[in-house]
Design a protein around this ligand. Sequence first.
Ligand code: GDP
Ligand code: MN
Length: 382
Amino acid sequence: MRLIEHDGKSLLAQHGLHSAQHRLLEASDTVDFTSCSVPSVLKAQTLDGKRGKAGLIERVDGSNVASKAEQLRSRLAQLGLEPLLMLEPAVDIEQELYAAVRLDGSGRYPCILFSASGGMDVETHVDRVATFPIDPIRGVYPHDLLPLLRASQLSPAQWGNVARFLARMYDVFVAEDALLIEINPLAITQDGLVVALDAKIELDDSAAFRHPQRAKLRSSAIRESTTTDLEARAAADGIDLVELSGSVALLTSGAGLGMAVVDQLTDAGMHPANFVDAPGGAGLERKVEYVFELARHDRVKAVAVFILQTAQPLARATGALIRVLERHPLSKPLVVGLVAAAAGERGMTAEQAREQLAGYGAVVVFDLEELVQELRSRVPSR
Ligand code: GDP
Ligand code: MN
């Protein structure tokens, strides 16, 4: 689960990583100058970043805090978001740094990311973000990080403070079972303190049973109010399914392949109705059921399944599809893409799978480009 900034900063504070004192403002809370030290910052508590660029962060003084709060709330309401705000004393920034701890997806190790030039434009100079891989058995000590800081443009006077902050961020990452802790900006104040001005934290849901206190976070309530019934049932079944607003219900073998299919669809002017992390295997049949159920929504105009089998038998995936088609016949077009390596075709070739699926009205193709073409002719453009 993703945390709003307020919850993220509170979590950091529990581990001794301080930020300015912050207060959550619910939609019904009145905001006046007595609640506000001068100057302060009002920040929308959305789950997406880039609030700075979206105009969702305002520096305020005592006299305009109420009107700025109203403006931000109506902006959020227009965007269909909860009008939740956070108020904190403004910090005088000397330098904005970028700091993060995350799992390296391909290397499968945790790492610290650091740049001495953080702030809202960090994406434009990612080349300045250095990566420090961590051995999870050993952990990380502040002195390990000195070479990283020496290579950055950070003044030596700050190396100690920043190294201690980063090492502790890693400890929080481990203790809280996080997937990402990103602090941008990590500010050096004019008094020379290191302060988290933002906190973007993503927690690993599969470790939720170890952290019962997570359920009490404001972020949990936000998530619940935005989770659809289908998403909740899929999650209870251990399936990560996210409903999206597009018209093509989608199932692919593997999330990486899913991204590629989504890109091709989007290039062809179509949009996915969902994203599902489907590592194939035993749960495939359940996933097919969820995706077919989603297909009953009016907004969904077609179902696309793209299966790429290298070692797993194509027969199994085909069987799963057919069993669900027999139980729940689809009233929308179904386009199936099948790509199998020789090992996947043991027991059933792609051609045989095509014949079987065709008996259930599915259009079966053998590459992604054809899949997109077949969908294109069946999905009205919007
Ligand atoms: P994001 O755009 O959603 O990542 O929001 P941030 O919390 O990172 O804020 C965006 C920008 O607002 C930061 O890069 C800062 O420059 C500025 N900002 C945030 N808090 C403060 C503060 O307390 N004082 C000052 N001077 N600027 C702030
Ligand atoms: Mn930020």
